[in-house]
Design a protein around this ligand. Structure first.
Ligand code: ADP
Ligand code: MG
Length: 571
């Protein structure tokens, strides 16, 4: 027999395991959802691979997940007959952190720890409190097994391979990998044995397992069976039917929430659920969610979505970009009846059917968001506050949908106070003779509101949009306008403002009060003094309190835009 080879975990894993083991978080149930979700992924992977290589599941055994409880031995086993792992896959997948969510989790936990240490300097236990709070919000995958297990033994046999391997660890910094007897291994797939800690021994109780599975994994698309150790009989806990294929009227809010947890890997409540079936030229089912919390990878440069694509209930990929990048926060499943099953990801990506689905689903997301904005403004604004800056990317990347997007975009403005304004609100409140939508670009609402350029607008009670997201500088220059009113920066143009009457009680601007000759003399003096450094000097009624300000030429780049560009190039 070959001796076990010992490996050290990647440093990040070691840190994660430390957090797990020292976790004081009370909801340890989450480990089971994570293991079940991996087992289901493995089954779905096999199902897909077997489409082109039927030999891989030649045994014909139905794909399933079996949970076996052994209260006397204080053990819980999760098995699947999915794709399994090779020796190398065991080392790579269970020894390093692959997914960005887990990495981001660690960064947050570290930040929380540094923050705490910085404040009281006495945070003894490496931020584990914050770590465990975060674990409660985000699934962190396989390693959560160490919240309940003193030792984890993974035995796996890759589909089509005649070798089996055993991975063992106590979560203390190293793991061992050794060959396993075939007789001792699953025919295909993975068996994970958790040797439960004393205080987690309840997880070997049938009632506990059933409760946790039904709460968190009731609708994973692979059936889950339960067995007692030593007994041949097993019973079905869940039937693996696809929730998205059911009629909306048959699905409860709790079922949606549970399913959302499984597809998103998050623990928040969905803020919006979109469930329908498209019929007609192409047929597909859609079950999508808008999270209420920002996913960790929202601002990753890759800007990847995570919507899962199925073809006739077979999971294909979550890396096919079905939705536009500005909708990358949307989670869930799209199941097509018509796409071919055996296409590579690249070919799928360029399949015209996928384009039809993209159009249909994107339009539906926009209309559902629009509906929510009127039916439940508060709920909509929570979505807006989480994802507004991302949605606005669509204004310049997706010009065909700009008009639709304008309906759901919300703004801070000089009149919004604590609330938000829509473009429709803005246009409804235009002042006499006002023909444009005025905005100011700045990096914070405070800075925007403090701009002297706003004085003349205030004096006329003209609303100004405060655009403070980096993305604003980009779309606002390419958008032609809304409802026939062009967008105009407060640092541009002058003539337009004079036509708008002063608000009641506003002080008359000095330039208007002074005689024309006096004004001309001041302008001539300033012009001569500044010389070539300015293109022009002119009297203006745009200021009320400040004596002078710099403006950009009408058709040149905006001042703040120039600043932003030089900032992003400097990076
Ligand atoms: P994630 O599921 O997000 O990738 P996990 O930490 O849950 O992260 O799992 C890490 C990896 O380990 C998975 O991506 C998969 O490659 C592998 N893995 C875990 N459990 C199984 C299993 N039961 N069968 C096959 N592969 C598995
Ligand atoms: Mg996982």
């Amino acid at each position: 027999e070959q001796p076990a080879e010992s490996h050290a975990f990647q440093a990040e894993v070691a840190r994660l395991l430390h957090l797990m083991v020292h976790s004081v978080y009370s909801n340890r149930d989450i480990f089971l959802r994570e293991l079940i979700s991996n087992a289901a992924d493995a089954c779905e992977k096999l199902r897909w691979l077997a489409v082109s290589d039927p030999a891989l599941n030649a045994d014909g055994a139905p794909l399933e997940i079996v949970i076996e409880a052994d209260p006397d031995g204080r053990r819980l086993t999760v098995s699947d007959n999915g794709v399994g792992m090779t020796r190398q896959e065991l080392v790579d997948n269970l020894g390093t952190i692959a997914r960005s969510g887990t990495r981001a989790f660690l960064e947050q936990a570290n930040a929380a720890k540094d923050g705490a240490a910085g404040q009281d300097g006495a945070s003894k236990d490496g931020g584990s409190k914050d770590g465990s709070r975060l674990i409660g919000q985000f699934g962190v995958g396989f390693y959560s097994a160490f919240m309940v297990a003193a030792r984890v033994v993974v035995t796996s046999r890759r589909a089509g391979s005649d070798e089996a391997w055993r991975w063992t660890s106590d979560g203390q910094g190293t793991f061992d990998v050794a060959p396993a007897e075939l007789a001792d291994a699953p025919v295909r797939g993975t068996r994970i044995v958790l040797e439960l800690t004393e205080d987690a021994k309840d997880y070997a109780d049938e009632a506990t397992v059933e409760r946790v599975v039904k709460t968190y994994s009731a609708h994973v698309p692979v059936p889950i069976r339960f067995a007692k150790a030593g007994e041949a009989a097993s019973r079905e806990l869940t039937d693996g039917s696809a929730l998205w294929a059911k009629a909306k009227s048959e699905v409860t809010k709790e079922e949606y929430a549970e399913f959302y947890g499984n597809v998103s890997g998050q623990w928040d409540e969905p803020a919006l659920t979109i469930h329908y079936r498209a019929e007609g030229r192409t047929e597909y089912s859609v079950l999508l969610f808008v999270p209420s919390m920002k996913p960790f990878d929202l601002f990753d440069p890759a800007r990847k979505g995570r919507v899962k694509l199925y073809v006739r209930r077979i999971f294909i990929s979550d890396e096919v970009e079905i939705l536009p990048a500005w909708a990358r926060f949307v989670r869930g499943v799209i199941d097509s009846e018509d796409l071919p099953l055996n296409l590579s990801r690249e070919l799928l990506q360029s399949n015209p059917l996928l384009e039809t689905i993209r159009k249909g689903v994107t339009g539906r997301i926009l209309s559902e968001l629009g509906k929510l904005a009127t039916s439940d403004t508060e709920a909509y604004l929570r979505i807006w506050e989480a994802f507004g800056p991302v949605i606005k990317e669509g204004l310049y990347e997706d010009p065909d949908r700009r008009d639709e997007l304008f309906k759901i975009i919300r703004f801070k403005s000089t009149k919004s106070g604590d609330g938000w304004r829509s473009l429709a609100d803005y246009v409804a409140d235009l002042r006499e003779n006002q023909t444009r939508i005025h905005y100011v670009l700045a990096d914070s609402p405070e800075r925007a509101a403090a701009s002297p350029h706003l004085e003349g607008f205030r004096a006329r009670d003209v609303e100004v949009l405060l655009l403070t997201d980096p993305v604003d500088a980009f779309w606002v220059r390419t958008a032609l306008g809304y409802d026939g009113k062009p967008f105009q920066s407060v640092t541009q143009g002058a003539a337009d403002l004079d036509a708008i009457p002063l608000a009641e009680g506003a002080p008359k601007p000095d330039a208007a009060a002074a005689g024309a000759a006096e004004v001309a003399a001041v302008v001539a003096f300033v012009k001569e003094t500044l010389g070539d450094r300015v293109a022009d000097v002119r009297a203006s009624t745009r200021l009320a309190e400040s004596p002078a300000c710099l403006v950009a030429p009408d058709f040149g780049p905006d001042k703040e835009f120039e600043k932003l560009m030089s900032r992003s190039q400097g990076r």
